[in-house]
Design a protein around this ligand. Structure first.
Ligand code: ADE
Length: 224
């Protein structure tokens, strides 16, 4: 999968070169390309924002550098162009899986009071929000999308690990995990996990998922 990220703050994305996503890029399973919108400014000071027409606080990202940044990309019918904003469709695991089917994502990160609406009208297929709260910019939401979607790209998690075997598959939260030592500060690992009986362990884990979901997120049990 290829992901282009359009941003005024490209350095924020250096963390995507670490850990699982870093390895996925080294193996060419994932190609992440960060584009600095400022490179497309025609202003001698590389200015990319201006005051809003109609007045009001803050600055608005100008249409020209944003549109020129989009024009520099190879957009095909397989591309999904996303603008991250609190006004968008709420990201959940179903939307993550839908986005993971695409061959090419472009994610536009807004800043300040937003982006000139014409740049969005001309370029955006889908607006996505990561939750009902407001962040200072779209960079962290873009990273949330890249991380959650990449887990579903074949081989990114490695063969022994399934993206489905986690919280939210079947609308259930994940069962608790334990590792050595068997007794830590007086707390024992549940006996069943030491039994070697994999049928019983699977059953226990499934029951734990249902109990934990009932306790922590009963709303998930009502989803279809
Ligand atoms: N930009 C600012 N806040 C955001 C949010 N909650 N989701 C997506 N993009 C945003």
């Amino acid at each position: 999968m290829k992901i282009d990220i359009l941003t005024l703050f490209p350095n924020m994305f250096s963390s995507l070169n670490e850990s699982i996503l870093g390895r996925a890029q080294e193996k060419n399973l994932l190609e992440i390309n960060v584009v600095n919108i400022r490179d497309f400014s025609k202003d001698k000071h590389k200015k990319c924002d201006d005051a809003p027409f109609g007045g009001g606080a803050g600055m608005v990202m100008m249409a020209q550098p944003v549109c020129d940044a989009f024009d520099s990309l190879d957009i095909t019918p397989d591309t999904c162009r996303i603008y991250v904003s609190p006004k968008g469709k709420r990201l959940d695991q179903a939307l993550v899986k839908e986005l993971a089917q695409k061959k090419h994502l472009v994610i536009l990160c807004g800043h300040y009071e937003g982006v000139d609406q014409r740049a969005l009208d001309l370029n955006i297929d889908m607006e996505v929000s990561i939750g009902d709260y407001v962040l200072t910019g779209g960079e962290i939401p873009a990273m949330v999308i890249v991380d959650s979607v990449s887990r579903f790209v074949p081989q990114v998690l490695g063969s022994a690990h399934s993206a489905e075997d986690e919280s939210f598959s079947d609308n259930l939260l994940e069962y608790p995990q334990y590792t050595r030592p068997q007794n830590f500060r007086g707390l024992e690992v549940p006996q069943i996990l030491l039994s070697g009986n994999h049928g019983k362990i699977d059953e226990w884990r499934h029951n734990q998922k249902i109990e934990i979901t009932k306790q922590k997120r009963p709303d998930l049990l009502k989803k279809d």
